[in-house]
Design a binder for this molecule. Structure first.
Ligand code: NAD
Length: 319
């Protein structure tokens, strides 16, 4: 019999890509649940309907009652992608971030504790480590948590709950902390899709502050491969950093896309900086390389070419 996986947040960007990865590379039976917030896109997952080892339920992980329906069976693993994810929104209204990112994670942990899954992987973020100066070493798994905005604070809180359930109950739990993902199916509120869609519409492209904030970029498929390795071989209780080794300023990313699309650099429009904007994220992934043999395979130029191709096809209506 096939092992069953419960994927949460699979109508969002990374979850939908991970489901595609699983369908193409494994024979797991997949249950996908998503609350279908503004960030979800049913177009991302409609392609999987009809596949006999895939099913979807609308379900809010912040509600234990709703979760009871999907935990009517036992899973091999829960992989928790479901979250409120946009920093700007968390500054405007943090409560949905507590509901989904903190309460939702604890609800899932309670079902794992009750024996409804053998293991759980929490999909976290490098943002829990806070911000680096230009000359500081990249974040390792030992870097203290120092989140600077309500989104990263809610993700760090969830990570601490995971840690506490591992220490208290000795459950098989893992956390992955990944850098900025890009690729097909991302919501256009995020930097790379926003730049692409604005350019395609000849709209201006907003640039926060001086544009010199640095992010490490990873192609989403590389992230999916890392999560799969953690699912199969991660040691209980361990945290794994996952980075693309592609540090770039926001300005570099924006200008690169504008040039690739043959548009005018004058589309860039400086806007006031985000409050508390972290200056630099960079991540040391040597642990996942050492223990699980993972390294990123897709260079930024290649990943971006694939991403642009996907958005251009979407624009033409052929996806
Ligand atoms: P996304 O915003 O595209 O998707 C999140 C999905 O979760 C949406 O479909 C949304 O409807 C769903 N969701 C939200 N609250 C829910 C709830 N209470 N119950 C059920 N579903 C709910 O986000 P993403 O970029 O795909 O990120 C997925 C995960 O990866 C998040 O946990 C995020 O913190 C983490 N992460 C993202 C990045 C990145 O660059 N995108 C980097 C590192 C980590």
């Amino acid at each position: 019999m096939r092992d069953k996986l419960l994927i949460t947040g699979g109508a969002g960007f990374i979850g939908a890509n991970f489901i595609r990865y699983l369908l193409e590379n494994t024979d797991y039976e997949i249950t996908n649940i998503d609350a279908l917030t503004y960030a979800a896109n049913m177009e991302n997952i409609i392609q999987y309907e009809g596949i006999d080892r895939y099913q979807f339920f609308k379900c809010d992980i912040g509600s234990k009652k709703e979760l009871e329906r999907v935990f009517d069976k036992k899973y091999y693993a829960v992989i928790n992608f479901a979250a409120e994810t946009h920093v700007d929104r968390s500054i405007q209204d943090p409560l949905p971030f507590i509901h989904s990112n903190v309460n939702g994670t604890v609800n899932l942990l309670e079902f794992v504790l009750a024996g409804k899954a053998n293991k759980m992987i929490q999909i976290s973020t490098d943002e829990v480590y806070g911000s680096l100066n230009p000359n500081e070493s990249p974040f390792s798994e030992e870097t203290p948590l120092a989140p600077n905005n309500p989104y990263s604070a809610s993700k760090a809180s969830a990570d601490l709950m995971i840690r506490s359930y591992y220490k208290t109950h000795n459950l098989h739990l893992n956390i992955t902390r990944c850098s900025n993902n890009y690729g097909p199916m991302q919501h256009k509120e995020k930097l790379i899709p926003k730049v692409i869609t604005n350019c395609l519409n000849d709209d201006t492209v907003p640039l926060y502050g001086d544009g010199l904030n640095i992010r490490d970029w990873i192609y989403v498929e590389d992230h999916c491969r890392a999560i799969h390795l953690v699912l199969e071989n991660g040691r209980p209780g361990e945290i794994y950093n996952v980075g693309g080794i592609e540090e770039k300023t926001n300005l570099d990313v924006i200008e690169y896309i504008i040039k690739e699309l043959g548009k005018d650099l004058r589309l860039v429009n400086k806007v006031p900086d985000r409050k508390g904007h972290d200056r630099r994220y960079a991540i040391n992934s040597s642990k996942i390389f050492r223990e699980l043999g993972w390294i990123p395979e897709v260079k930024f130029e290649e990943g971006l070419a694939r991403t642009l191709k996907w958005y251009l096809k979407k624009e033409k209506g052929s996806i």
